[in-house]
Each structure stands twice: as C-alpha cells, then as structure tokens.
Design a protein around this ligand. Structure first.
Ligand code: PMP
Length: 423
C-alpha cells in the first residue's frame, strides 16, 4: 500500500518527527486486539493504542449503537440544551464512580478534562470564602499537552521549550514508605491554606514510566491534603475503567477525591470524550446570581451525542461480569510472566498492577537508556508486528481486555527474544 508514502507528504504526527524515525505504518482496520495494515498483516496492539481501546478495536456493540445514534442526533449545542446520551451517561457513571462524585462536566479529551479541573479548583471559594492560588503535583507526572496540563506535568523534555510560559507549580516526590514525613513537611512549608489543589495520577504514573506509589504513603498524603481543604484532583485518564484491577484506582485508598478526570477508556477508544466530575460542594460554590461565579469554560464538542453514546456502549461491555473475568485472566497470565522476568538479567524492577505489566531494561548505557536502545526496541517490535512503545527504557504491556491468551503469549515471546538478544 502507499498510505505511508502519501502520509509523509502531508501529515505532521505527534512526537515522531525525528528524521531517523521509520515511516508510519498504514492501518486500515481493526478487530479485537489487532490492527491490520493495507496488506492485511495483523499487529497486536499491546498498549491499547495509547491506553485507549479497552475493548479492542471496532467492537460490534459499540459500532451498532454509534450507527443508530448517528441517525437520531449527531450534535447539539450543550449550553441551554441537553440530550439523552449525555444524561444517561452521567447517571450511569455517577453510579460507579466514588460515591461523593455528584456532577459531570463534559469536554473532549484527557488534557481538557485536566484543564477543567484546574480551572474549577483555581476559581473555587474554599471553606473560608477565599480563593487559593497554588497547585501541587508530582515530579515526573504527565497530565497532557495543553498549557495548563503541561504546567502541572513534571518538567521534562516534553515541556522544556515552554517552561517560561507555564504557571508555577510546587512538585512533590512520589510517595514511598520512607519519604512520607518529608512530603508532608514539604507541603506544610508551602502554606497549605494557599494551596487550591493537588493533582495526581492515582496509584501510578503512566507516561512517567509506570511508576507505582506506596499505597499507604500515598493515602496518608491525600488525607493530609484533605484535612487542609486542598482539593484532590484524581487524574484517572489512564487508570480509569478497570486498568489497575479495580474500576477506578481511587478505590485502593480511603481518601475520596474531590474531582476525577476521565478520558481514554471512557469511550473504549471509539470517540474522543473527556469528563471532569466533582462533588456537590464544588458545584454549589459556582451556583450564584453573581456572574463572576460562573465557570467560563465550554468546548464546541462538549457532550457530543455520538461520543456519549459510544461511552454508554463501552460501559455496557465494561460492567458485564465477563469483562472483569478477562481482566483477572490477563492479570494472572502477567503474574506468571513476571516470575520469569525476575530471572532475566537485563530486566530491572518488574512490576504488576491489574493488567499493567512493566519493567526497565538495563544495558551498558549509564542510566540504561540510550537513543540507540530506544531505536532498537521500536524497530524490533515493529518487525515482530507487535505494537509496543517503550517509555524511555521502561517497557510495558497494557493490552485491550479482549486480548486472547495466544496473543499475549506472542507478546511475551517477543519480549523473551528481545531480552535474550540484549543479554
Ligand atoms: N492524563 C493522563 C494521566 C494521561 O495519561 C494522559 C494521556 N497520556 C492525559 C491526561 C492527556 O490525555 P489526552 O492525550 O487525551 O489529552
């Protein structure tokens, strides 16, 4: 096929402009955990297309619902109007989210779900009627590529060129059993009564390299913030919808979030949609006759009926007990492979949470990561027709829940081969 050649003439891709990057592969259809190129070669989508396609590709239930909705209502302004897909989805989501989440605000991707949460938090009037102006976040976090989301993301090569334009954020170390006292002292030194919000990826950092926190220490940190009326923004864009083994990662801790950001798995990967949920408390702070107390935020595609419909269809699949069984099956298979990884020399720190398996590759490079290694990994998995993209020297598998045992075994076998070559 010539899709790839035509693409190279007209398209600007995310992250891949490096001249040494191989040309993009043209994908023409998807089915289950696989994507197919123009010559009908199957590629196993081992990271669910950037953690989005929890039910794999082109699921017939989602396709049917989408087609039916497209004949009814495709779009409608969402200021002053509403429609069944938006209301049905909000009602159903609030049933499965942490119980204190009572309001659904729609946007259209993960970064905007984060922007909305930050704007709500910075505009919110606290228990003393004051607005607070500081935000805290974790070092090495990733919350998206828009300016607000970049500001709260750990400063890195991704944001470096924009550093002068990002707002100030106080960054904390990731919680471990040993540093929790230090973390709390660190927040105390920031004058907690000026901190509007703490935004975090619950339980683990995704783009930062699948870095898992110590859960009790994390919970202690959240609880300290809660006691100081610092709003807790749980960015569940990656972790939501079963990825970590529970419906939402916040179910692992005792402290309830004040806001939750959702996207990616929300629609099972069939449409772009973002959601920011909040407590009644936050919502009510914005109910006022004073125009300045309005939340001035709205996207053209807010609550797009097609997107809400596929999110509902995705929820049908997600809440079916068969989906939980699939996730348990993947977890158990990962567990076996994890045992094996433990004894492989270049593999460091293998770890598992729900359906996420991750480990570092340590080679001769000083920190184990070199451009040559990254390049080698990318080309190696391409040649195996397995879609795996390392994060630095971290390799991870985060498959669609419908991936078969045979497909998972092929992914493991390719990793086994790679590791034996590196050794
Ligand atoms: N938050 C988290 C935790 C994410 O992992 C991502 C995307 N990787 C985002 C926000 C941004 O989502 P989007 O790419 O849809 O803007």
């Amino acid at each position: 096929g010539n899709l790839s050649a035509r693409d190279l003439e007209v398209i600007w891709h995310p992250y891949t402009q490096m001249q040494t990057a191989p040309a993009p592969i043209g994908i023409v259809r998807g089915e289950g955990a696989c994507l197919y190129d123009e010559d009908n070669n199957a590629y196993i989508d081992a990271t669910s297309s950037w953690w989005v396609n929890i039910h794999g590709h082109a699921h017939p239930h989602i396709a049917k619902q989408l087609a039916a909705q497209a004949l009814e209502l495709q779009h409608c302004i969402f200021a002053g109007y509403t429609h069944p897909p938006a209301v049905n989805l909000a009602e159903r989501l609030l049933q499965i989210l942490p119980a204190n989440q009572r309001r659904v605000f729609y946007s259209d991707n993960g970064s905007t779900a984060v922007e909305v949460a930050l704007k709500m938090a910075l505009q919110y009037w606290d228990n003393k009627g004051q607005r607070r102006h500081k935000i805290i976040a974790f070092k090495n976090a990733y919350h998206g590529d828009t300016f607000g989301a970049m500001s709260v993301s750990g400063r890195s090569v991704f944001t470096r060129v924009f550093d002068d334009f990002l707002f100030e954020v106080h960054f904390l170390d990731v919680p471990t059993p040993d540093n929790i006292d230090h973390l709390i002292a660190d927040i105390k030194a920031q004058q907690p009564d000026q901190i509007a919000a703490f935004i975090f990826e619950p339980l683990l950092q995704g783009s930062g390299g699948m870095i898992m926190y110590d859960i009790p220490a994390f919970d202690q940190l959240l609880s300290f913030c809660k006691d100081n009326h610092i709003l807790l923004i749980a960015d569940e864009v990656m972790t939501g919808f079963g990825r970590t083994g529970k419906n939402f990662a916040m179910e692992y801790v005792q402290t309830a979030p004040d806001m939750v950001c959702l996207s990616k798995g929300l629609t099972g990967g069939s449409m772009a949609l973002g959601i920011t949920t909040s407590t009644s408390n936050i919502y009510e702070a914005f109910l006022s006759a004073d125009k300045l107390k309005t939340l001035f935020h709205g996207h053209s595609f807010t609550a797009n009926p097609l997107a809400c419909t596929v999110a509902l269809a995705s929820l049908d699949l997600f809440t079916d007990p068969a989906c939980a069984q699939q996730r348990q099956r993947i977890h158990e298979k990962h567990q076996h492979f994890l045992q094996e990884l433990t004894s492989m020399a270049p593999v460091k720190n293998p770890r598992l949470l729900g359906t996420i398996l991750a480990f570092e590759l340590v080679t001769d490079g000083a920190d184990g990561y070199t451009n040559q290694l990254a390049d080698h990994l990318h080309r190696f998995f391409r040649s195996k027709r397995i879609m795996l993209r390392p994060l630095g020297n971290t390799l991870y598998i985060l498959p669609p829940y419908c991936i078969t045992n045979e497909q998972l075994d092929l992914v493991y076998a390719s990793i086994r081969e790679l590791v034996s070559q590196l050794h």
